[in-house]
Design a protein around this ligand. Sequence first.
Ligand SMILES: [Zn+2]
Length: 416
Amino acid sequence: VAAIPYRPLAGTGRTVGPPPSAVATPSLEAVRRQNLGALLRYVHLHGATSRSELTNELGLNRSTIGALTADLSAAGLISEETFRETGRAGRPSLVVRPRSPRVYAYALSIEVDRLRAARVGLGGKVLDGRDAQRPRGLQILKTIGPLIKLVQDMEGAVPADSIYVGGGVAVAGMVRRGDGMVHVSPNVDWVDEPVGEALGAELGHDRPLVVGNVADLAALAEHTRGAAVGLDNMIYLHGDVGIGAGIIAGGRWVTGHRGYGGEAGHMVVNPAGRACGCGSRGCWETEIGEYALLHHAGRDGATGRDAVRAVVQAAALGDRAAGIAVRRVADWLGFGVANLVNIFNPETVLFGGTLRELYLAGAATVRSRIDSMALPVCREHVQLRTPMLGDDAPLMGAAELAFEPLLADPLATGTG
Ligand SMILES: [Zn+2]
C-alpha cells in the first residue's frame, strides 16, 4: 500500500487514499489499532473476504489476522463464517464480512431541488432511503426540518442491536471543512450558515456529523467505489444551477488554505459574459449551468433536471434551437475542462448531475474543444466519463465520510 500523505477532512482525520503506513516505531497498541482499521476498511470496500486473502492483502501473518478478526467480531463490526468450496476437499477457509445491516451511518444530501436521506450499512450497502422535494430557493437552514423528518421516518425500522457510527451530509454549496459551515450567497451578499451544527443538534445523536460539498463527496465516492478507484488524479464535475468540482490531485483533495478551494464553477471563462451569483461576470457556471442551456434553447423560465433532459431530448430529435444550445454549452464545457486538464493533468474527468446529460449529448463537441485547446501531454490520456454511481454519488460519498472515524479507529467508535 503506497503511503498517501495524511490530510484531515472535517475533523475526521480522513485521507482520500488508504491510511499511511506506520512510521517511526509506533507503540504496539497504535499498530494494533492501525491494523484493525486496515482490516475493517478492506472488508468495507471489498465485501466478504477470506482470511487467507486478508493475510496476503494486508501483509500480516495468520495469527495476527485471527486476533484482529476476533476483536472486530467481538465489537459486532464483522461476522465470520466457514466457507467450504463445493465439490473440493481441503481445509475450509473462514470468510470475513462487514455486518452491513447492523453497523450503519446516515447519509444525507441537500441538493438544489431535492433532499435525500439514506441509511447505509458498513460495506456501502443502502439499507433504506427517503427523498423529498426541495422548493427551489428554500433557505438551506429551512431544509433541516424536512431532512430530519426523512431520518425519523427511517428510524422505526432500525433493529434494536444496531450500531450507529455517524452521519455525513452533502450540500450543494461552499462548505468550510472542519466545522460544517456552509457559505451561501442568497443574492450577492455572502453569509455563513451553520448547517453541520444545526443538523447535528436536531439529529440528537452523540455521533459526529460531517458536512461536505456535493461535488467533493461525489468525487470521494467515485474514488472509493466508482469510476475512479485507484486513480489519484481525477476531477468530478457536478452540474445543477451552478457547477461544483471535486478535484483529487496526487491522492489529495484540492481544498486550498481555508477549505474553499477547487471552485472551478467560478473560474472566469468569458469576461464579456453574464453576471454570476457570486458577484463576478462570465464564470464557467454562467456558460454551462442549467440556466445557460435553458436560455439558449429559448426556454427561459423552465427549471430543473427534467427541463435539462427535455432540451437534450429535443436536440436528439432535431429541434434546431435545442441542438444549438447543446452544442454551445458543450463547447463551453470543453473550454473549462481543457483548462483544468492543463492544470491538473487528471487521469479521468467525470460528469455528474446535469452535466451527465449534457456530456452524453455533446461528447464530440466537448472532446473537440479539449483537443484544440489542451496541451497534448495533458489531454492524451484523459478519460472523459460519467459517474458509475450515477446520482447516488454525493449520497454515497456522504456515507463514506461518515464511516471514516470508524475505519480510522474501529474499537473507539464501533462499540461506544
Ligand atoms: Zn461566479
